[in-house]
Design a protein around this ligand. Structure first.
Ligand code: ADP
Ligand code: MG
Length: 700
């Protein structure tokens, strides 16, 4: 027995440790977390105790100064919004004014005998808590003066240690702040000590970072806001660093990966380019050069092509696909919606079919027999281009010779989807196209695995788009403007944020708007309605009617946001513009001014706050998508930029909140680590390696 024990002690830790760490223990292990709670937490991306402890507050609530009741009376002319009041408990009174109403009035007295009252509704248990406690009681509340008497509104009884700052966490339906606070607190008490710092010591040292456990402690329970911010930055840095290690090492792998060099098709290309009524812009030529260099290389391309709406990305995608097919491979283009898939298929077909290249379509809406045929051809390895939607990444679809994957408007797709498609090829080249300009730092932070090409200049000969803000008072004038355009043969978009009248949010619904306009001011005009809940064939019908000029005005929700190309549309009116993010507005605005006519975009915003009015003003003054992206990022935070969702909401939120210089330092630190130890084999990097594994889905 003794020998056995000794053997155990000296045995190298070959087996995983028996004791599980916070990263492996599910939250349901905690007291008070049952199936329902666990499901709610999962909606916040929390599965394990580690996830829970890493849930970062949005902000910290300042509870106000700790005051005596007498102090409160000396502040009557400038009462703080919220305070912590301490006083002697001098009375509790209960009333039941109705069958379902219980009122508990609690009276506190100050040292000078002056009194203040707090009322709790339907919380009889507060009384028991009071009776068990001390004679001196602390209440957090909003003080107000009613009928000359001081009252404490929305009171909270403070028991135990009084805290000046409380963390405010992101919530989901059914979870309350109080419950989550208690849960995180108890998780920290029990498990914080077992959390290992994934940052290697030399990075922590070089960056002057506080130890992880201390940072976590502070974030959930700060002494002051500076400490809280610093601790949060420390944790965000760590997330960004880990993410960087992941994508940078993925990138290193890529150059080791063997891809299919796509070298043929240059003759066909010249033919195609010669047939175009225009020549490529300088930016397009530069981007094409970069794409070609990748395609011809023996390792797979991973490139992000950024270019404004209408900057001419499609033709480049087409030229790339042509090279793949000419070299004997299959190419696919994945679009975010069926409308766009069809539109892209038409564009590709127009350009490629004269060269004898087949362009197929694969979307869910197709008949099964049609789908089957496309799938058979794909499985047989017939070199061709296939355009489609999510349907393309279904398990059952096989590509025998997938050489190139093009993903349009990639912010709609998650990395996972991106990968399940690329994993269908041997090791296909990947071109990701986006019209949403992404700030440089964010690209580095989130898409570090992608090289970048940018088209900045728009093709010549386009009209300009002016942007105006208008209020309810100006509505008739805006309609007049639309009528004028329509009467000159142009077309108009009217964009509304939601489909059904929503009393609460007071959004102007597309459906309502459509009816009102059709029977009112635009009764003589041809109106169409387009919204996300319409069946796809119906949507397509409306879209193609608008495209072919059979409709004058399209009333829609944001389904027109991406890529829709109707050069004759010259005016857009956006209802409740303040509800949209700037990046999204920019996308919308890009629907007009696509032809040779000047265009106008009118943003309706009445109830906008000062802040959002400022935002919209700034937006109206520039057409530079990159500037707008930076603006949006600065003013609003990234919201959900481009595929953030796929990397775990919390991580994304943290990385995005990081200041630019810290983000750059995280990027550099990751490079430093990988330079030392590319495969993270050294023992100082084991903690790091482990925190990467659950996430390492970016394989090449
Ligand atoms: P996006 O980048 O939004 O996908 P598209 O590729 O759809 O833009 O291009 C928008 C329009 O501009 C198309 O009608 C296309 O034929 C045209 N176009 C593309 N490149 C040029 C160019 N260099 N000169 C003139 N027109 C161009
Ligand atoms: Mg496009």
């Amino acid at each position: 027995m003794a020998i056995h024990n000794q053997q155990l002690a000296t045995m190298p830790a070959k087996f995983p440790p028996v004791v599980k760490g916070p990263a492996e223990i599910p939250v349901s292990h905690l007291k008070g977390v049952g199936v329902k709670r666990a499901a709610q937490l999962e909606r916040l991306g929390i599965r394990t105790i580690l996830d829970l402890i890493y849930l970062m507050p949005h902000r910290w609530e300042n509870r106000g100064e700790l005051l005596g009741v007498e102090d409160l009376y000396s502040l009557t002319d400038r009462l703080p919004k919220r305070v912590l009041v301490r006083g002697h408990l001098t009375g509790t009174f209960e009333r039941r004014p109705g069958p379902r109403l219980h009122l508990l009035t609690v009276r506190l007295s100050g040292n000078d005998g002056r009194q203040v009252e707090a009322v709790w509704f339907n919380q009889p248990y507060i009384k028991e808590a009071l009776l068990k406690g001390e004679e001196v009681v602390t209440i957090s509340a909003a003080p107000v003066i009613r009928n000359g008497k001081m009252q404490l509104q929305s009171p909270q009884l403070e028991i135990g240690e009084i805290k000046k700052y409380l963390p405010v966490y992101p919530l989901t339906d059914g979870l309350t702040q109080g419950w989550l606070r208690t849960l995180i607190k108890s998780a920290c008490n029990e498990y914080l000590q077992f959390i290992r710092d994934p940052l290697p010591g030399y990075i922590t040292e070089a960056e002057g970072l506080v130890p992880l456990q201390q940072a976590l402690e502070t974030v959930h329970n700060p002494e002051n806001l500076d400490a809280a911010d610093a601790a949060l930055a420390r944790i965000s840095f760590e997330k960004a660093f880990i993410y960087q290690v992941m994508i940078q090492s993925g990138r290193m792998q890529r150059f080791k990966g063997v891809g299919a060099p796509l070298r043929n098709g240059n003759g066909e290309r010249s033919k195609l380019l010669d047939s175009l009524p225009f020549s490529l812009t300088g930016d397009q030529r530069q981007a094409l050069l970069e794409i070609d260099r990748d395609l011809e290389a023996p390792y797979p391309m991973r490139r992000l092509l950024q270019g404004e709406v209408g900057s001419g990305k499609t033709i480049l995608a087409c030229l790339a696909a042509l090279k793949a097919v000419a070299t004997g491979y299959q190419a696919v283009l994945m679009s975010p919606t069926e409308i766009l898939a069809r539109q892209s298929r038409d564009m590709f077909e127009e350009l490629l079919s004269p060269l004898g290249i087949n362009v197929g379509l694969l979307i869910s809406q197709m008949r099964t027999s049609e789908k089957k045929q496309v799938m058979q051809e794909l499985a047989a390895g017939k070199p061709a281009v296939t355009v489609g939607t999510h349907a393309l990444i279904q398990e059952s679809i096989e590509f025998a010779r997938l050489g190139l994957v093009i993903i349009d408007e990639q912010h709609r797709f998650g990395v996972l989807q991106r990968l399940s498609l690329t994993s269908k090829g041997i090791n296909p080249h990947v071109l990701v196209m986006t019209a949403t300009p992404i700030p440089r730092t964010l690209v580095m932070a989130l898409y570090g695995e992608l090289e970048q090409s940018v088209i900045r200049e728009l093709p010549p000969g386009r009209g300009r788009t002016a942007t105006y803000l208008a209020s309810e008072a100006g509505r008739e004038r805006v309609y007049g403007h639309i009528l004028k355009e329509v009467e000159q043969g142009r077309q108009a978009y009217i964009v509304c944020p939601a489909i059904e009248e929503n009393m609460e949010a007071d959004l102007t619904a597309a459906e309502e708007m459509f009816k009102r306009l059709k029977n009112g001011i635009f009764s003589g005009k041809r109106l169409g309605l387009l919204h996300g809940r319409m069946p796809a064939p119906h949507k397509e019908e409306v879209m193609s009617a608008f495209r072919s000029g059979m409709l004058d005005i399209l009333v829609s929700t944001t389904v027109v946001e991406v890529g829709v190309d109707v050069p004759n549309a010259t005016i857009m009116m956006v209802e409740n513009a303040d509800r949209f993010g700037l990046a999204q507005l920019h996308q919308l605005r890009g629907r007009v001014g696509r032809g040779r006519y000047d265009a106008v975009c009118i943003l309706m915003c009445d109830k906008a706050s000062k802040q959002s009015e400022k935002r919209l003003k700034a937006f109206s003054q520039t057409n530079d998508g990159f500037k707008i992206a930076e603006l949006d990022y600065m003013l609003r935070g990234p919201g959900n930029p481009c595929g953030f969702e796929q990397h775990g909401f919390e991580t994304a939120r943290l990385i995005a909140g990081l200041e630019e210089d810290l983000l750059e330092r995280a990027i550099d630190s990751a490079a430093k680590v990988l330079e030392r130890d590319p495969n993270l084999q050294k023992s100082i990097h084991q903690g790091l390696k482990q925190s990467i594994i659950p996430d390492i889905q970016i394989g090449y």
